[in-house]
Design a protein around this ligand. Structure first.
Ligand code: PLP
Length: 357
């Protein structure tokens, strides 16, 4: 089955097989990873290796902490302003769609939120060019959403914010391409799309931004707590971290993020090339800003939707229904989606168009 879910999403088969083989007995320890004490040497080794592999994959500089947290990217919408506003007058946000809007809403209780650019004028179908952003040089940070999972809009460039820290929601495109972490103050992502199972949230944050919060957040919502305790202040989501670690090792074996990016470009082009030549299917996003991870598309009219989904299911392609807020279809093709899955989808779409177009 090819699973096009936006998240929780398909995982690499090799990872699931290894996890299944190790389910009852990890590395001769006689325990499942799920049963291990997080303070024991077995789990500590898994945890440390996962962090080391992520650091290597993304080239994370030594002056950044990697935090393995819970609460989803959604909790970060609040933790970021809580920790980073630091008594400053406010923060700048770029409004690119559903996820950016949620981040903006949650920041408001903590200070002045300036929406410095918005794509709402064209139904969030593009990434606003930086030349139009009205940045405040005294802002605590600039926040943007690298990939809008619902709208299918992705930044293929990194904003320049000078001395103001750049904060990025990378939930749906982290590890899909190489990034220069040093350009960011903070990167965050829920794991359940490109990394692993739900329950783990990754935060990569520059040292100087930790422990500066005014007023001091409650213990569990203070980055300093987790940074000082290697993400072990309380019980971490151990099994999710273990699976994420297996994914990191696989990505390293596959040649790292440069090789992964190449494959992702190839997969996305297959689908977009078809969409651009179709009289029946359409993608609404501006060409330069199209997501390589989440590709929304509509059919000639809505009356075809049900038959399309039914036929897809019969051909072992599932979870293609678009997000409830936008309708239509969405194909999420994260790292773990093989090129064969995209080929099968395009072949089916061609067939559907020939029959119904
Ligand atoms: N940000 C983006 C871009 C997302 O796609 C999602 C989830 O789909 C979230 C934030 C929210 O993540 P979570 O469900 O982990 O809180």
């Amino acid at each position: 089955v090819f699973n096009f879910s936006a998240g929780p999403a398909t995982l690499p088969e090799a990872v699931l097989q290894q996890a299944a083989a190790e389910m009852l007995d990890w590395n001769g320890s006689g325990q499942s990873v799920m049963e291990m004490s997080h303070r024991g040497k077995e789990y500590m080794a898994i945890h440390a290796q996962a962090e080391a592999d992520l650091r290597e994959l993304m080239g994370i500089p030594a002056n950044y902490k990697v935090l393995f947290l819970q609460g989803g990217a959604t909790l970060q919408f609040s933790m970021i302003p809580m920790n980073l506003m630091r008594g400053k007058s406010g923060a700048d946000y770029v409004n690119t769609g559903e996820w950016a809007k949620k981040a903006i809403k949650e920041a408001k209780p903590f200070g002045q939120v300036n929406v410095v650019a918005s794509a709402e004028d064209a139904n969030f179908s593009y990434a606003p060019a930086q030349s139009g952003w009205k940045l405040d040089p005294n802002a605590a940070y600039v926040h943007y959403t690298a990939n809008e999972t619902i709208g299918g809009v992705e930044f293929h460039w990194v904003p320049e914010t000078g001395d103001v820290p750049l904060v990025c929601d990378m939930s749906s495109n982290i590890l899909s391409k190489s990034v220069d972490v040093s350009k960011y103050g903070l990167i965050y992502a829920g794991a359940q799309k490109n990394i692993g199972p739900a329950g783990l949230t990754i935060v990569i944050v520059r040292d100087d931004l930790i422990g500066q919060a005014q007023p001091k957040p409650i213990t569990m919502l203070d980055y300093k707590t987790h940074a000082d305790n290697d993400s072990m202040y309380n019980t971490p989501p151990t099994y999710s971290i273990y699976i994420a670690g297996l994914v990191f090792q696989l990505l390293k074996k596959q040649g790292g993020l440069v090789a992964i990016e190449k494959k992702n470009i190839e997969k996305a082009n297959l689908l977009y090339d078809f969409l651009d030549n179709s009289q029946f299917f359409k993608n609404p996003v501006k060409r330069e800003d199209r997501s390589r991870m989440n590709i929304p598309f509509t059919l000639k009219d809505e009356s075809f939707d049900e038959a399309f989904l039914k036929g897809a299911k019969e051909r072992n392609m599932i979870q293609l229904k678009g997000h409830r807020s936008v309708g239509g279809m969405r194909a999420s093709i994260y790292n773990a989606m093989p090129v064969e899955g995209v080929q099968a989808l395009v072949a089916y779409m061609k067939e559907f168009e020939a029959k119904n177009g």
